[in-house]
Design a protein around this ligand. Structure first.
Ligand SMILES: CSC[C@H](O)[C@@H](O)C(=O)COP(=O)(O)O
Length: 346
């Protein structure tokens, strides 16, 4: 289902997890061959694979790598090992709920097949990981179809971070309508925030949309207000790492500011959210764990030192956009007002 213009961030090939190293983009296209859950943990932590759905997919394969050599002699032993590996992989990053969703989904599958042999249980773990990846491409395409009904040809749209093909199995979440619009011959004009401090917008979104022949213009984060005031942006579409039950949305740091700006300019603010990112167990945005990343991402973020030695740094990787700034949350099951997100899973 992936179109030829999209690079696959996660592949299962020759009994190994093959990851496109996103820390090297856009300059180098390097694939990593991972065969242990420890390697997968490290790749998630170092952002070699990143973006909520892609993290979930990688963790799912990591869980298989963690148990495929199991010498458990009965179901209970295997179950314990599976849980240990799942807890370990779940400790790699805290915010994107897709990571926990994918691990829980595999555990549920194994529980359902508790009468099977150990070899069959291992095969079920891999089968579930493959299913998660396959379904993600379909989910993203469907989200794109729903989003397209809110857009029109010739529109200017701003996005933040990389909610793109590089963050998913294909199409991306927030970028899916851009790919679908292109298939239909529309000309959307996309503005990509560079997304300090790790520059996922500049390194990844600008790169993948340019590769796909989509009209994309890169701006610094602090230019969004200016671009909106000039009437160049008619909608904002972002992805998410976790949607809370009250419709608050965690996404890459800076998203909240973009939402406030959109409200101030009367521009609709849409969140593309696969159901794997919707966490009805988390009541509000204040309950979402926010990852803090190393100071070096800010002090040495552009490859050279840009801040004084020993400066105090605060580096939250995500922020929470309150539901009141969100026009709609778009999932594979439809378009929802944030306060009605509970209906998305019914
Ligand atoms: C669809 S991926 C989730 C978000 O849309 C994306 O913008 C994001 O916040 C990813 O953060 P990252 O730290 O790169 O994993």
């Amino acid at each position: 289902m992936t179109t030829s213009t999209q690079l696959a961030p996660v592949k299962w090939e020759n009994d190994a997890l093959v990851l496109l190293d996103q820390t090297r983009l856009p300059v180098e296209t390097i694939y990593l061959n991972l065969t242990t859950s420890e390697q997968v943990w490290g790749s998630i932590r170092r952002l070699e694979v990143r973006g909520a759905p892609a993290i979930g997919m990688a963790a799912a394969y990591g869980l298989y790598l963690g148990v495929r050599g199991s010498e458990a002699s009965n179901y209970d032993e295997f179950w314990q090992e599976l849980n240990k590996q799942a807890d370990y992989l779940g400790s790699s990053r805290p915010t994107a709920v897709n990571l926990f969703w994918a691990l829980d989904r595999i555990k549920a599958r194994v529980e359902k097949e508790s009468g099977a042999s150990i070899a069959e249980l291992k095969a079920a773990v891999l089968d579930e990981a493959l299913a998660i990846q396959k379904e993600d491409a379909e989910v993203c395409r469907t989200i794109g179809e729903h989003l397209l009904t809110l857009l029109h040809d010739g529109m200017g749209i701003l996005t933040h971070c990389n909610p793109g093909a590089l963050a998913t199995a294909a199409y991306g979440t927030a970028t899916a309508p851009f790919y679908l619009a292109k298939e239909r011959g529309w000309n959307l004009k996309v503005y990509a925030d560079e997304t300090r401090p790790v520059l996922q917008g500049a390194r990844l979104t600008a790169f993948e949309l340019q590769q796909a022949g989509i009209d994309v213009t890169l701006i610094c984060d602090n230019m969004a207000a200016m671009v909106m005031s000039q009437g160049k942006v008619e909608a904002v579409i972002v992805g998410t790492d976790r949607v809370a039950a009250n419709g608050d949305v965690a996404n890459k740091i800076g998203t909240y500011g973009v939402a406030v700006l959109a409200k101030a300019h009367g521009i609709p603010f849409y969140v593309a959210a696969p159901l794997s990112s919707v966490d009805l167990e988390t009541p509000t945005g204040a309950d979402i764990p926010i990852e803090e990343r190393p100071a070096e991402e800010i002090t040495h973020g552009l490859g050279k030192q840009v801040a004084p030695d020993d400066i105090k740094v605060y580096n939250p990787a995500f922020d929470v956009t309150p539901a009141k700034y969100i026009t709609a949350i778009v999932t594979e099951t439809g378009i929802f007002k944030p306060e009605e997100i509970g209906n998305s899973k019914k």
